[in-house]
Design a protein around this ligand. Structure first.
Ligand code: ASC
Length: 551
């Protein structure tokens, strides 16, 4: 195992992600940020220097559990103080498990500004993946707005709220094409893109040799969009989800929600004189964004757009299609199994609410607002005044009708901290509900920091102890770090508190988190030792660092 050092500067730059120039947040003058590649067991060390002139910054290593380094999780106000302009913070953490990961900003809406990149962990020397492939392809998926993130954020925080709307473009590796299409020659509606091969917005063409198997890595850091990937004439075999091996399953297309990552194997066994479409369509919201496109280019054909029709995605609201895919994702045989009993079951009702006229999202009627002093330090040192210590409710009224808009939409703001004891089995039942408008319930992909969890099942309507508890999958539930709740449905997860830290658990839709859609798990914080001073030298913990007495 090695230590792999990276020296990064975060700054704004002008860039044309979808052929339209905008300010984006990049790293070392690049957008998306550089790919981190390491081997399982390595230590990644990122020296992060903030070159933004007027904003703090942090970076979260999505899917990395941060065993024994909870201060390196990169969550502003939760695990660390923001890194101020011209400051450098050193993220040092172990990547213990091979898989497809990514990193992204976790302060305000900086992920939506473009602060992200891939993080790929290969198996340790001498180890093998449980599947074979000849080559590898990597697509980091995102969505893009022309309105800059500051304006988006002001809109979301205004009364009345100004919603961000649907993205202008879907991006692959930070590249999309606004107002034209690679498939323009097939359609009367759009024009063919005129792109220079070296344009920043030129699609990342997937170059392949005939009759080989490729591992296609997919990770979604979208701000909002749920996506569906389909490749013309090619099936995919799903083998990995969120850095965990799954039972290989053949799919025609795959849904990818924000915060999720997958590996699929594709075999280039189709007519080699042709190229094929790779298409990313929007799911779960009435699409106002054309599909993101690129080309699967068989060697030695020129990389011209195929003349075949575009792959067809299921209708945006074909939830049975999405549920069928979700239910096919199961753990590879031999994967760790969940404990058969839980110690504590927490029910989290997701609702859209109002607070003094402002539109928010709440969990059990509590909308998350982060404090100025990061929880990691304030909880460790018992600083009573640093946040609202009243634990939020573990359940919601059995009378609550999840099929209707809230009868009382008024909600409250709080620090949202659930204290978790070490060594316990925790179940969370995520319960979806109707939003503020009648007949609307949206998809929410929930992401847990510091852990993988077992997905025990999905269901319709309100979760019922009597009806649903006995049907949960304890046999081969997949381990994930992100899972979706379907409209008007519930999702049950289980994890074991084996990792002291302060972990965010939240909807990975950036504007939804911004509007309060998350909770905090403070997990056996008393066991955390040697918090680096740089992580907590702000707010009420700044003094302790100066006295140098407690860390
Ligand atoms: O949080 C959201 O707000 C809008 C809509 O509910 C109100 O404009 C939307 O689609 C969301 O996901």
């Amino acid at each position: 195992a090695k230590a792999r050092h990276f020296h990064w500067e975060v700054g704004y730059l002008f860039w044309s992600p979808d052929c339209v120039e905008n300010p984006v947040m990049g790293i070392n003058g690049q957008y998306p940020g550089p790919t981190i590649r390491a081997k399982a067991g390595d230590t990644v060390v990122v020296h992060l220097h903030n070159k933004l002139h007027t904003e703090g910054v942090v970076i979260h290593w999505h899917g990395i559990r941060q065993f024994e380094t909870p201060w390196a999780d990169g969550t502003a106000s939760i695990s660390q103080c923001v890194i101020n302009p011209e400051e450098t913070f050193v993220y040092r953490f172990k990547v213990d498990k091979a898989g497809t990961y990514f990193y992204h900003g976790h302060y305000g809406m900086q992920r939506s500004a473009g602060l992200y990149g891939s993080l790929i962990v290969d198996v340790a020397d001498g180890e093998k993946e449980p599947f074979h492939y000849d080559g590898e392809l990597n697509l980091l998926l995102s969505d893009w707005w022309h309105q800059n993130v500051h304006e988006q954020e002001i809109g979301l925080s205004s009364n009345p709220m100004r919603w961000i709307g649907e993205p202008q473009s879907i991006l692959m590796n930070g590249k999309g094409q606004y107002n034209c299409s690679l498939a323009g020659h097939l359609s009367k509606k759009t024009s063919l893109c005129k792109l220079r091969a070296d344009a920043q917005c030129a699609p990342p063409i997937l170059h392949v040799l005939p009759n080989k198997t490729y591992r296609l890595r997919l990770a979604s850091t979208t701000s909002l969009a749920s996506l569906n990937l389909a490749i013309g004439h090619h099936k995919m075999v799903l083998v990995e989800a969120d850095g965990n091996y799954v039972q290989p399953v053949t799919l025609d297309d795959i849904d990818i929600y924000s915060g999720e990552s997958y590996s699929v194997l594709i075999t280039t066994n189709q007519n080699p004189s042709m190229n094929y479409w790779v298409s990313l369509g929007v799911r779960g919201r009435h699409p106002a964004t054309p599909p993101g496109l690129t080309i699967l280019n068989y060697h030695p054909n020129t990389a011209r757009p195929p003349s075949s029709p575009l792959p067809i995605h299921a209708a945006w609201d074909d939830y049975p299609h999405s549920k069928a895919i979700a239910n096919k994702i199961l753990a590879l045989q031999g994967s760790p199994k969940p404990p058969t009993r839980y110690d504590r079951r927490i029910y989290l009702l997701n609702t859209q609410n109002k607070i003094n006229g402002f539109t928010k999202w709440s969990i059990n009627n509590v909308s998350l607002a982060l404090p100025s002093t990061p929880y990691l330090g304030s909880i460790k040192f018992g600083l009573k005044g640093a946040f609202d210590h009243q634990s939020p409710p573990e359940n919601f009224s059995s009378e609550y009708d999840v099929m209707k808009p809230p009868s009382n939409p008024n909600s409250t703001v709080s620090s949202g901290v659930y204290k978790l004891e070490f060594g316990k089995t925790i179940d969370v039942i995520l319960q979806n509900a109707n939003a503020l408008n009648a007949n609307v319930s949206e998809i929410h992909p929930w992401h847990l920091h510091g852990h993988d969890f077992w997905v025990l099942g999905y269901g319709e309507g309100k979760f019922s102890e009597e009806k649903h508890s006995k049907n949960l999958n304890l046999k081969n539930p997949p381990l994930r770090n992100t899972v979706v709740i379907f409209p008007y449905g519930w999702t049950a997860i289980r994890f074991v508190t084996d990792n002291p830290g302060v972990w965010a658990f939240h909807c990975h839709i950036e504007p939804h988190l911004h509007m309060g859609m998350g909770v905090i798990f403070a997990e056996s914080v008393e066991r955390i030792k040697n918090i680096p001073q740089a992580a907590i030298g702000c707010g009420m913990t700044a003094k302790m660092v100066m006295n140098n007495s407690h860390t």
